[in-house]
Design a protein around this ligand. Sequence first.
Ligand code: SAM
Length: 238
Amino acid sequence: MARATLQKKPGEVASMFDGIAERYDLVNDVISVGQDRRWRRLVRDAVAAMPGERVLDLAAGTGTSSEPFELDGAVVVPSDISIGMLSVGKRRRPDLPFVAGDATALPFADGSFDAVTISFGLRNVEDTSAALREMLRVVRPGGRVVVCEFSTPTWKPFRVVYQEYLMRALPVVAGAVTRDKGSYDYLAESIRSWHDQAALGALLLEAGWGQVAYRNLSGGIVALHRAVKPAAGAMEPA
Ligand SMILES: C[S@@+](CC[C@H](N)C(=O)[O-])C[C@H]1O[C@@H](n2cnc3c(N)ncnc32)[C@H](O)[C@@H]1O
């Protein structure tokens, strides 16, 4: 099966996810040894949606990352570039309003959401900053963003072990479940070459987000970045 390269061309990324869509959720549980469920709970807490709020879950894939926000009574809109992932989601949850779209050119009006979130998706987008600016555009002033993404373990001995595990075991295990080792070679490579916590925080600020903060999950295997869209005319303190 064709895997994407680190150039992250949208067509290549979309067809790679089309190829793994059927087994995507199962593999997540296997390779994260169930941690993905805990991470999703913490994303829900960070978004802290109020009943009736509109939440955009970007790069939502099959919609598994969208479901926690329903528990808070939010109206969640899952959006993704891969028709294969969206089709699996639609079959599983025909009631969710899945929307096809590219994170760098979203088919939504300015200020149409109270919050936007993206879990394990931003790393796959060709132009990170363009996606962060687009997320800012579709959120109302005062609205928030939560980015959940693989990051850099903070404790060096653990980081070394983790990167060994990633580079060797992850594609082998996931490849055995999906019969598509290449896509999981891409996963390991894309994690290793991704921004660390501070660098992603800087990109959020640069894109125009305010009150940028992050917390590490599982020792920094994952980081949750949060930020707020400044009210019109408001300036961030220098
Ligand atoms: C690892 S999956 C994450 C899915 C889901 N958010 C989750 O947590 O299970 C990454 C998703 O990002 C989507 N994606 C990649 N590039 C994208 C882009 N430019 N615009 C929108 N979605 C994109 C892929 O199609 C894929 O479904």
